[in-house]
Design a protein around this ligand. Structure first.
Ligand SMILES: C[S@@+](CC[C@H](N)C(=O)[O-])C[C@H]1O[C@@H](n2cnc3c(N)ncnc32)[C@H](O)[C@@H]1O
Length: 266
């Protein structure tokens, strides 16, 4: 039997765009702190810390700290992503197997939370204490960047299949499975499945048990945690189509499924 591929490789190829995120974080930092460049990134819930690796490779002055509780994705990241870096780049990368609620790092310019990972905190008090810990870890000009998602398309019970084609591997199918949504608690359960070219299915390769927070709730909690302001970056649209460019907005279009970035500043 051929050995099953590393699910983290499939995940990265299907879901992540680390180079785009590195550029976006510099844009968000430069627009929030005009004339300044971010150098120290902390990638919370980093998994295989693909973004941190791109960050340290992007500039010789860049440093990154990746934080994740789970040794399994961290090992995959060490074996693949970290090994691709030069010795000098590796020296500027610090990977911690720790809880984001208690990790001590700092001071950093950007704390980034991608893939809606803070949705694991289901209670307001818990989310507030996480934001307060982030505020403490930020440098004077630091920013917290939260990737958020929502819209009717995130609460429906549906499955979305996508064929993933990348140069260096066999094509495979990625399925985003929206298993359930509770309108009273906003508990939302999702999963990722893969189907390989040889027919092998990897069901529930990743599962998520989240609270689907709304943007106004999160902005209020950031304020309660002590952040001075928050800015919503919404995707710019031309003729009803997303352009991939994010701009500050105070009102958004009621898109079927949206992804937005919340920037919180001291
Ligand atoms: C949705 S994955 C995100 C992976 C990657 N950051 C991305 O953008 O695709 C969530 C990750 O958060 C980690 N995690 C969950 N709770 C955590 C906590 N309290 N502290 C640190 N990591 C945590 C999990 O181990 C998992 O690797």
């Amino acid at each position: 039997m051929p050995s099953q591929p590393d699910v983290f490789v499939l995940y990265e190829r299907a879901v992540q765009s680390p180079a785009i995120h590195v550029e976006l974080f510099q844009q968000l930092y430069g627009e929030t702190r005009p004339g300044k460049t971010a150098r120290r990134l902390r990638e919370d819930f980093c998994g295989t810390f693909a973004i941190s690796c791109h960050w340290v490779a992007a500039d010789e002055k860049n440093e990154a700290i990746g934080v994740d509780l789970d040794p399994v994705p961290l090992r995959s990241g060490r074996e693949r992503n970290r090994t691709r870096l030069s010795t000098a780049q590796r020296k500027r990368l610090d990977i911690r197997q720790e809880n984001v609620l208690t990790v001590r790092t700092g001071p950093v310019d950007v704390i980034a939370v991608c893939n809606f990972s803070f949705y694991i905190f289901k209670k307001r008090a818990e989310l507030r204490s996480y934001f307060a810990a982030c505020l403490k870890a930020l440098a004077r000009n630091g920013i917290l960047v939260l990737e958020m998602s929502g819209g009717p398309g995130m609460v429906e019970t549906t499955r979305d299949h996508k064929q993933i084609r990348r140069k260096d591997m066999q094509p495979f199918q990625y399925t985003w499975d929206q298993k359930s949504f509770d309108p009273i608690t906003h508990d939302a359960k999702y999963a990722i499945h893969f189907k390989l070219r040889d027919g092998t299915r990897i069901r529930d390769a990743f599962t998520y048990d989240w609270r689907l927070w709304s943007i106004p709730e999160v902005r209020e909690i950031l304020e309660e945690a002590g952040f001075a302001r928050s800015i919503v970056y919404w995707e710019k649209e031309v003729d009803g189509e997303g352009t991939g460019e994010y701009v500050p907005m105070e009102h958004g279009t009621n898109d079927y499924a949206w992804c937005a970035y919340l920037v919180a500043a001291k």
